[in-house]
Design a protein around this ligand. Structure first.
Ligand code: ZN
Length: 83
């Protein structure tokens, strides 16, 4: 099943779970999440390139820790990270 990463839209309204992003395994048929299961803050799905979705040590997290990312708005409420 595909692994998705969600992250708080507004870090000021987030908990420790969604502030830095968290992974959820969902079926393709599942609705995407719109709020954090813990704090109910609004979240968005981080679109990842194929092949980068299997590990917390993947490029997404390494790039994120290094602070290299920009957000490009691709849809209403959906953003794509460009490295
Ligand atoms: Zn949260």
């Amino acid at each position: 099943m595909p692994l998705y990463v969600y992250e708080a839209k507004d870090p000021r309204h987030s908990c420790s779970k969604c502030r830095g992003g968290f992974e959820v395994t969902q079926r393709l048929s599942d609705e995407k999440l719109v709020s954090c299961p813990d704090c109910r803050s609004e979240i968005y799905r981080v679109i990842q390139a194929p092949g980068l979705t299997h590990s917390k040590t993947d490029l997404h997290y390494r790039a994120k820790r290094a602070g290299f990312h920009t957000l490009k708005k691709v849809n209403k409420g959906e953003y794509e990270k460009i490295y």
